[in-house]
Design a protein around this ligand. Structure first.
Ligand code: SF4
Length: 232
């Protein structure tokens, strides 16, 4: 089966909390988030086309060292068949399967859950739940917010483990009022704040600085009483 995948599987102890995982980078994305640093992975370029079967020999040597495989991107749900095939391979080999997604394909998330193919899903909440703000931050038109809402509700009513994540970005996502709105939308349970790290590949080059430790303290103080997790 053909798939658009970048690079070799990477061993990680951070992408899936409390798990050692192999991370697979699915190429292609339907959003263009201003703070995205994965610019080279957003288009379905021929150079990334591989037979999915080529991946398995790369994963097999790690099979007994890892807890699971996690798909990230880009946006993995844009390639539902390779995604399901990889999840099936993981399950057949005694591994768990995780997914990091922007939440815009609830149909794919639902299918993975119904087929018992996924154990953990992390959904990025890009900004406050307002259509105009979502378009502004993701530079993408359409009913993104409605789709993300469906994904949030799916996960909340499922039995799988999940996380909602927001990236704090100076001058974009940087006020406690914004965090209040996102927290009221998704709930504090399993809600994680992470920080933006500037890079040459960031889509909007005006976003070129990280928060200082002093600035981050403001968010840590906010997070603590709400039981929000910070990964700074
Ligand atoms: S940050 Fe946005 S544009 Fe970049 S891969 Fe994720 S969803 Fe796509």
């Amino acid at each position: 089966m053909q798939a658009y995948i970048a690079g070799k599987p990477l061993l990680s102890t951070t992408d899936w909390p409390s798990k050692v995982s192999c991370v697979i980078f699915f190429v292609g994305c339907n959003l263009r988030c201003r703070f995205c640093f994965n610019g080279p992975l957003l288009e379905f370029l021929d150079q990334y086309k591989i037979g999915l079967e080529e991946l398995y020999p790369e994963l097999e040597p790690n099979q007994y060292l890892i807890d699971g495989i996690i798909a990230t991107g880009g946006e993995p749900t844009l390639q539902p068949n390779p995604l399901k095939a990889l999840a099936e391979w993981a399950k057949q080999n005694g591994l768990e399967f995780g997914l990091m997604t922007n939440g815009t394909r609830p149909d794919v998330v639902q299918e993975l859950i119904e087929m018992n193919l996924v154990d953990y899903i992390a959904v990025d909440l890009k900004t406050v739940p307002d259509r105009t703000e979502y378009v502004k931050v993701t530079q993408t038109a359409g009913d993104i917010l409605g789709q993300v809402n469906k994904t949030i509700n799916l996960l909340k009513s499922s039995k799988i483990s999940y996380e909602f994540r927001t990236t704090l970005v100076p001058s974009l996502i940087d006020t406690l009022e914004q965090l209040d709105l996102i927290r009221q939308w998704a709930g504090s349970k399993n809600y994680v704040l992470q920080q933006f790290r500037p890079a040459k590949t960031v889509l909007d080059s005006s976003l070129n600085r990280a928060f200082t430790p002093e600035e981050l303290t403001r968010f840590t103080r906010y997070a603590h009483p709400h039981k929000i997790i910070t990964r700074f």
